[in-house]
Ligand binder design. Structure first.
Ligand SMILES: *Cc1c(COP(=O)(O)O)cnc(C)c1O
Length: 396
């Protein structure tokens, strides 16, 4: 027996990661997350952030954060249920409910927390959750924590979803269908109108994780539910405050009843300190900016269109994307990773995404287009894609 403190069982697993070629170092960003960044000491065009609207380093958000710190301090000092529920947290929930056109919104410290906390609180053993196979990891964890039974349907396969509903309707009192609003690896949109119709036909509830749709789709970024005009027909709509909104946090929008229940039962809110005032102040400012103007959402869509046209003309395969998330599908895993490394050498940072995050043989780089990119930056990126594509012989 060796020394227990050496953690030799972990050392062995780390060696396995190295053998599999998936051991990695984290890239280091020096400065704010924006369209061009200093990454590991090099200036590069950033096509990898979720900062869709360019809010992460926006002067209005920064000022709002400073103002909130001056008034409320650096930290909230407690969980919300004790004495960490400041008036600024209440304001945030009011503004979010108005923005999302729902009765209420309940805020968590992150989108991840929101999914694990909400699903666990609203479902229990003896209930059934039906989940799209490509749903986010935090949904998968939330479903496990809830102890409800679980059925998975093939990605956006409405026929299979109906089959599962038909077979199980009489076996359960509560059935919840969960889907992402926008799928983060392909940029496709959930078939929400069909899902909602089926849910109503079989008296199931619906839960949409709109982490990548909120701030992007719908009127002024109100999200996927607004995009399809399904207000009042989706029971739980999750959004994150860390992607398009540019700060940190998550929320679920829906009915007053939902709010009241989560207020008593959501474990991440009961047992973990509330968001710091700086974050909350900046988020409120971001939501106000979205409600005032469509400038930001228009810009992100125009930029995405421009970039996709450029890549499409060159013959790259951009998959099924319907949103600013633009995958460039290479296929082979190692080749996708090499493609990403070569792009970086020429000044474009776009991360490779491979199995098991996406199916084997669909390795890709995933380009995230934001409102902040200039046309010049996007054109330069396309040019570099062309150079590397030709060098590696991957243009169709
Ligand atoms: C990013 C993401 C989350 C987690 O949100 P955070 O605010 O980063 O914790 C949850 N669900 C989906 C679909 C996401 O893409």
């Amino acid at each position: 027996m060796g020394n227990v403190h050496e953690l030799s069982y972990l050392k062995e697993k780390i060696e396995e990661l190295k053998k599999e070629g998936i051991y990695r170092k984290l890239p280091i960003l020096d400065g704010a997350n924006q369209a061009e960044i200093m990454l590991d000491g090099e200036k590069v065009i950033n096509l990898s952030s979720n900062n869709y609207l360019g809010f992460a380093n926006h002067p209005r958000l920064k000022q709002a954060a400073i103002d909130a710190v001056e008034r409320y301090g650096a930290g909230s000092g407690a969980v919300r249920t004790i004495v960490g529920n400041m008036s600024i947290h209440e304001q945030l929930e009011e503004v979010l409910a108005e923005f999302k056109r729902e009765e209420a919104a309940f805020v968590y410290q992150s989108g991840f927390n929101c999914n694990i906390g909400t699903i666990q609180a609203i479902m229990e053993a003896g209930d059934l959750i039906i989940s799209d196979e490509l749903n986010h990891a935090s949904i998968i964890d939330g479903v496990r924590l809830s102890r409800a039974d679980r059925k998975i349907f093939k990605h956006s396969d409405i026929d299979e979803l109906e089959q599962i509903l038909k077979e199980n309707r009489d076996k359960y009192r509560n059935i919840l269908i969960i889907t992402d609003g926008v799928f983060s690896m392909d940029g496709d949109i959930a078939k929400l109108p069909e899902i909602v119709e089926l849910a109503e036909k079989y008296e199931a509830m619906t839960y949409v994780d709109d982490a990548h749709g909120s701030g992007v789709l719908g009127e002024n970024g109100r999200g996927t539910v607004d995009h399809f005009d399904l207000h009042g027909r989706v029971d739980f709509t999750i959004g994150t405050l860390s992607k398009a909104i540019g700060v940190v946090g998550g929320y679920v929008a829906g009915s007053r009843t939902m709010y009241e229940w989560l207020n008593h039962k959501a474990r991440p809110v009961l047992f973990s300190t509330s968001l710091p005032p700086a974050a909350v102040g900046a988020i409120i400012e971001a939501i106000k900016m979205l409600m005032e103007s469509s400038e930001y959402t228009e810009k992100v869509w125009n930029n995405a269109r421009h970039f996709k046209e450029g890549l499409g003309k060159l013959g790259f395969d951009t998959g099924e994307s319907e949103t600013p998330i633009t995958p460039v599908i290479i296929g082979d895993e190692a080749k996708a990773m090499e493609f990403s490394r070569n792009l970086l050498k020429k000044g474009v940072f776009v991360s490779a995404i491979v199995f098991p995050t996406v199916p084997r043989g669909t390795g890709r780089v995933r380009c995230m287009i934001t409102a902040e990119h200039t046309e010049d930056q996007l054109d330069r990126a396309v040019e570099i894609f062309q150079q590397v594509g030709e060098e590696m012989n991957i243009l169709r």
